[in-house]
Write a protein that binds this ligand. Structure first.
Ligand SMILES: NC(=O)c1ccc[n+]([C@@H]2O[C@H](COP(=O)([O-])OP(=O)(O)OC[C@H]3O[C@@H](n4cnc5c(N)ncnc54)[C@H](O)[C@@H]3O)[C@@H](O)[C@H]2O)c1
Length: 446
C-alpha cells in the first residue's frame, strides 16, 4: 500500500509561514509535501523559494500572485491550504480553498469581524470541509499545566478570573510599525493579539462567552499623543533617517541584522508594504490601551486588560475558585529590536520565566513546577506542528486542537469589545454569530 502524502499550499508568505513550511519540508517531509505558495508580493515568494533550496535543501515550488490563487489550487492540487496572510484576508482564502475542494488551516485570528466570521461558518456548512485554527499558545508547557490543574478541580469550581497582559516598547511597539496598526487589516490588538488570550481563557474555563463590555483608546502611540507629550515626529519611517536617540527606531536596511532586509525592505517595490513605520505616525486606528469585562454562559466573569507600551512584557492570570485561587505568571524577554532589552529593578535583563502558584482556601500556598520545553513560543510551536503534520500525532488529552467554533469564540470577544468601545454598551456574542449555537462549554464546539 502506498504511503499517504498530504499536499499543502500556503497563502501569505511573510514571517510566520516558516513555522508551517519548515515542518512540512523537513521534520515531517516523509508524509507531507509543499506544492505551492501564494502572496501579493513576488519578492517575498522568491525569498521563500531561495530559503527552501539553500537552507532547507528542498526544491523550489511554484509561486502564484494573489489573483492566481484559484489557478494555484487547480494546478497544484493541494489537500490543505494554510492561510498566513494579513488577518483581514484569512476568510477570503479559507472560503475559496473550501469551495475549491480543500480543507484549510488558518493562523489566528480566524478572521477580524463578525460578518467575515459568519461567512466562514456558511462556507463550512456548504462544503463540508474542515478548518483548523492554530492556537499555539495552548500548547506551551505552562498554559497546559494550568489547564491540567483546573480540570483536576484544584481550586474547586471557578467563579471568576482576572488577566492582565502587558506588551512592551519593543514587541508592543512593533504592532504600530506595520499593518497591525490599521484596524481594517487586523481588527486592532483586541482581535489580532487578544485572540490568543481570550482563547486561553475560554479553554481554561471550558466556557463560551456570552456578553462583553469594554473601553479602549490610543493613549501612547500615534502623532497626536506624541505631540501632546512634546515629542517631535521627524520621519514617517525609520530606515533611511538619522534616528539617533530614538528608542523606537527599527532599521530594516540590514544594519540591525536579521532577515528583515531581504524579506521586507528589498521587497517593498512590489507592493509598498512598509515594515518600519514610525509608531508616532498618522492613521493609526488600533488601540494601545484596552479594558474588557466578559460574562460567560457558565456564569463565570473575566476582567481583562491589554496595554501595549509598557516597560516590561508578560501576563498574570488569577482564577478564583470555591476551594482556592490559582495564579499563573509569565515574564517575557523583549524581542524585535535587539539590544533594547527590558531590565528588572535589580538591573539584570528580563528573560522568559513562568510561575504557577496554588493558594488552597485554608491551606498553605504551594508552587507547581512547570515542565521545560524547547522551541518557538515557549515550546508550543513544535508540539502543534506535530499534531498537524505527523501521520500519528500523540493522542491529545487536553482539547488543544481547535476548529471554527473555538476559533470564533475567541475572536468574537475582541470583535464585541471593539463594538462596545464605540457604542459604550454591552454586546451579546450570540447576536454577532448565531452559528455558535447554545453551547455553554467550549469543548462542545469544534
Ligand atoms: N500564532 C502566532 O504566534 C503568530 C505569530 C505571528 C503571526 N501570526 C499570524 O500569522 C499571520 C501572518 O503574520 P506575519 O507575521 O507573517 O505577517 P507578515 O506581514 O510578515 O506576512 C503577511 C503576508 O501576507 C501577505 N499578504 C497581504 N495581503 C495578502 C493578500 N490579499 N493575499 C495574499 N497574501 C497577502 C503579505 O504580502 C505578507 O507576505 C497573521 O495572521 C498573524 O496573525 C501568528
Amino acid at each position: 500500500m502506498s504511503k499517504k502524502i498530504t499536499r499543502y499550499a500556503v497563502v501569505g508568505a511573510g514571517g510566520r509561514v516558516v513555522n508551517f513550511i519548515d515542518p512540512i519540508v523537513s521534520r515531517f517531509s516523509a508524509n507531507n509535501e509543499l506544492v505551492g505558495m501564494c502572496d501579493t508580493n513576488q519578492g517575498r515568494l522568491d525569498w521563500h523559494n531561495k530559503r527552501l533550496v539553500n537552507e532547507l535543501k528542498y526544491h523550489a515550488v511554484p509561486t502564484y500572485l494573489a489573483g492566481d490563487f484559484d489557478r494555484m489550487i487547480k494546478e497544484t492540487k493541494p489537500d490543505v491550504v494554510i492561510v498566513t496572510t494579513v488577518d483581514a484576508y484569512h476568510h477570503e482564502y479559507i472560503i475559496r480553498a473550501m469551495k475549491l475542494g480543500c480543507d484549510a488551516i488558518t493562523e489566528k485570528p480566524m478572521t477580524i469581524d463578525d460578518k467575515k466570521c459568519r461567512a466562514i461558518f456558511d462556507a463550512i456548512k456548504a462544503t463540508g470541509r474542515r478548518l483548523r485554527v492554530t492556537f499555539n499558545y495552548r500548547w506551551a508547557p505552562g498554559t497546559t499545566l494550568v489547564k491540567q490543574l483546573l480540570v483536576k478541580g484544584t481550586i474547586g469550581e471557578i467563579v471568576s478570573a482576572d488577566m492582565e497582559y502587558m506588551l512592551n516598547t519593543s514587541h508592543g511597539a512593533d504592532y504600530f510599525r506595520r499593518w497591525h496598526r490599521e484596524k481594517e487589516k487586523s481588527g486592532g490588538l483586541m482581535v489580532h493579539k487578544s485572540t490568543h488570550h481570550f482563547d486561553l481563557v475560554n479553554w481554561w474555563l471550558d466556557a463560551v462567552p456570552q456578553q462583553v463590555f469594554g473601553y479602549g483608546k490610543l493613549a501612547f502611540y500615534g502623532r497626536e499623543n506624541a505631540r501632546k507629550r512634546g515629542v517631535k515626529v521627524k520621519y514617517d519611517r525609520y530606515t533611511g533617517h538619522d534616528t539617533k536617540g530614538d528608542p523606537f527606531a527599527l532599521k530594516i536596511d540590514g544594519s540591525q541584522g536579521g532577515y528583515m532586509l531581504d524579506l521586507y525592505h528589498k521587497t517593498e517595490k512590489y507592493d509598498g508594504y512598509i515594515r518600519d513605520r514610525n509608531v508616532f505616525g498618522d492613521n493609526i486606528t488600533a488601540e494601545d490601551t484596552m479594558s474588557v469585562l466578559v460574562k460567560y454562559r457558565t456564569g463565570v466573569a473575566l476582567t481583562y486588560s491589554l496595554n501595549a507600551f509598557l516597560p516590561r512584557e508578560g501576563f498574570h492570570i488569577a482564577f478564583n475558585g470555591t476551594k482556592g485561587r490559582l495564579e499563573y505568571n509569565e515574564e517575557h524577554g523583549s524581542h524585535v529590536v535587539e539590544g533594547k532589552k527590558a531590565s528588572s529593578p535589580e538591573g539584570h535583563e528580563l528573560n522568559w520565566k513562568s510561575r504557577c502558584v496554588v493558594h488552597p482556601m485554608f491551606g498553605k500556598a504551594y508552587e507547581v513546577e512547570i515542565p521545560k520545553a524547547e522551541g518557538g513560543h515557549g515550546g508550543s510551536d513544535p508540539l502543534l506542528a506535530e499534531q498537524i503534520f505527523s501521520p500519528r500525532p500523540p493522542k491529545e488529552k487536553w482539547g488543544r486542537n481547535a476548529g471554527q467554533g473555538q476559533g470564533a469564540a475567541s475572536i468574537l470577544i475582541g470583535i464585541a469589545a471593539n463594538k462596545s468601545f464605540v457604542t459604550n454598551k454591552p454586546v451579546d456574542i450570540a447576536k454577532l454569530c448565531p452559528q455558535l449555537g447554545k453551547a455553554k462549554k467550549l469543548s462542545d464546539l469544534v
